[in-house]
Design a protein. Structure first.
Length: 190
């Protein structure tokens, strides 16, 4: 009898995991296909994959008009300078800030919030890979639920590497939800 309950619990856990991962893939696919028409003049690019910065620069140059843009490139490393990231290209109407302290998505979110507060900003367009966007938005909204966040997803190639990244991100987002739950409990206790 006890063996039945264990098998039932394992099957239920696997079914829930499969449903959760399917929903996560749906979010990634839907998010990468439905770009918003409105964007903030404040842009935050999260480093990571090599295509994020070039795709973000193309997006900003092509679709964001001639208005002045404030651009944070988060997580570049302490010794990196603007020329290292952008090369010799000149981007008019863009004020660049390099975020040199973030080493992970949670620290990216902290760096973005700090940059926004230091510059009296209330909205931002986040630019990152499609599979990375759900957790990036989760971390940002956890730190400051009042900011307005737009998004632009850099679409990843759909291959085996993409599935691996999605699996990894899915588990990271589960742990982020758990961490936020306990942080909220701790904050409520005070």
């Amino acid at each position: 009898m006890r063996k039945r309950y264990i098998i039932g619990a394992i099957i239920t856990a696997l079914a829930l995991w499969f449903l959760g991962f399917s929903y996560f893939l749906h979010q990634v696919y839907r998010g990468s296909r439905s770009h918003q028409q409105d964007f903030s003049d404040n842009m935050a690019i999260l480093t990571g994959e090599k295509n994020r910065i070039p795709d973000a620069m193309f997006f900003m140059a092509s679709y964001c008009g001639q208005k002045q843009k404030n651009v944070l490139i988060s997580g570049v490393g302490r010794l990196v300078e603007v020329q290292d990231v952008l090369g010799n290209k000149i981007y008019e109407n863009m004020n660049f800030t390099l975020g040199k302290h973030a080493k992970n998505t949670r620290e990216n979110a902290k760096e973005i919030i700090e940059w926004m507060r230091n510059n009296n900003m209330t909205e931002v367009t986040v630019i990152t890979s499609d599979y990375h966007m759900p957790r990036s938005l989760l971390e940002l909204k956890h730190l400051d639920p009042h900011i307005k966040v737009y998004k632009y997803c850099v679409i990843s190639k759909r291959n085996l590497k993409f599935i691996f990244y999605c699996l990894k991100e899915f588990h990271k987002i589960i742990f982020a939800h758990i961490r936020h739950f306990f942080e909220n409990l701790e904050n409520a206790a005070y």
